[in-house]
Design a protein around this ligand. Structure first.
Ligand SMILES: Cc1ncc(COP(=O)(O)O)c(C=O)c1O
Length: 368
């Protein structure tokens, strides 16, 4: 993971931020949080919008690894019994080692990092919250839905000094920007002094072997979120991990999530996957090769690479909306963004046939 500068502010459309519980607009900066965020992966709606597209569809609209961890055989009692304390402890231990967290005690397991994103705002009194944007829309939505006053600054310098909570996705979805570690450390200390939280969403940080930011900044304010589903390609398992320095916040989160919040089969799979160093190293190489090939196809078509991670790429094209329609008409779904109409985000094609189909479509429409 390398530190990269953020995009210039002029890149983004500016709309209103709304606190949905209080009903009062907060400061207008970037996102429209008055509407539930839309997501990639909604292939059914895309299919309905393009009924004549050839099948099977190639879904490149998410950043989920298309080569999932092989789940193998699961012990029958993973299905038939309630998940045991020992199984949970083993996964917390494996997760701490994999993420480079100082101890398993800091690890909180959840049914997806989305559950953590939704719970955290409910564990604090009304606060001033900054969500570095544009980013995964569920952050601003969850905080504003829980009654907090949410700002969506678009550069590091726009984050007001007095916020009590700062949320940073690192690397960011969709542009892959990695907020500089010294800036993160400074904010972590500043927020710790006032009982605030620094929420770092590392859902897309597994693409290289850099550890989580948490061991470098063991400060009370730090809450790091990780997603098992993205890199391990098992989004349907619903496993998320919070690495939390504060014992109080850990306790609040655990009691909010309740017992058995992660299923037995998911624990059994994660226990193996987190420890499978060979698969992890091989997958990192495979993803890096996949994104390099994707960048080449996109560059031939005239797409400018804005950024990304080994799990997705964000490109800019003046006619992105027409490109999107052309791809969908050919049965290839990618992610577009309401507020950034010149952007398209691509996940990786799952196999050689899908990649050849994408290459053909991009090549053919380029000539058209
Ligand atoms: C940045 C980011 N964080 C968290 C999530 C939630 O992922 P999950 O609940 O599958 O762990 C997503 C999903 O797309 C995401 O893009």
């Amino acid at each position: 993971m390398r530190d990269r500068p953020r995009l210039a502010p002029g890149h983004l459309a500016q709309t209103t931020v709304r606190n949905t519980i209080q009903g009062e607009p907060a400061r207008a900066l970037d996102h429209d949080t008055s509407q539930a965020p839309d997501h990639g992966g909604d292939i059914d709606s895309i299919r309905r919008a393009f009924p004549d597209a050839p099948v099977p569809w190639i879904d490149l609209s998410t950043g989920i690894n298309p080569w999932p961890y092989p789940i193998g055989n699961l012990p029958p009692d993973a299905w038939s019994r309630l998940p045991s304390r020992a199984a949970e402890d083993a996964v917390r231990e494996a997760a701490a080692t994999y993420y480079g967290a100082p101890s398993a005690e800091q690890v909180v397991l959840a049914p997806g990092s989305q559950a953590l994103i939704q719970w955290l705002p409910r564990l604090r009194a009304r606060s001033r919250v900054a969500v570095l944007s544009p980013t995964y829309g569920e952050h601003a939505w969850s905080w504003s839905s829980a009654g907090h006053d949410v700002l969506c600054p678009i550069t590091l310098h726009d984050v007001p000094d007095d916020v009590a909570v700062l949320v940073v996705t690192r690397p960011n979805n969709p542009d892959g920007v990695v907020a500089p570690s010294d800036w993160i450390a400074e904010w972590a200390h500043r927020l710790a002094r006032r009982g605030g939280w620094l929420v770092i969403d590392e859902a897309f940080a597994d693409g290289d072997d850099a550890p989580s930011v948490i061991p470098a900044i063991p400060v009370e304010s730090m809450i790091v979120l990780r997603s098992f589903g993205k890199f391990f390609g098992l989004a349907g398992c619903r496993l998320g991990v919070a690495l939390v320095v504060s014992a109080t916040v850990r306790k609040l989160l655990r009691s909010a999530l309740g017992p058995w919040c992660v299923s037995g089969p998911t624990l059994a799979i994660a226990d193996r996957a987190f420890r499978d160093r060979e698969w992890i190293a091989h997958t990192r190489e495979r993803l890096a090769r996949g994104t390099a090939r994707l960048d080449m196809l996109a560059a031939r078509r005239g797409y400018a690479l804005i950024g990304g991670t080994p799990l997705f790429r964000l490109y800019e094209h003046a006619d992105a909306q027409a490109e999107y329609a052309g791809l969908c008409a050919a049965g290839i779904a990618v992610r577009r963004f309401k507020a950034q109409p010149t952007w398209l985000r691509f996940g990786l094609p799952p196999d050689a046939a899908a990649e050849a189909r994408l290459a053909r479509i991009l090549g053919r429409s380029a000539a058209a």
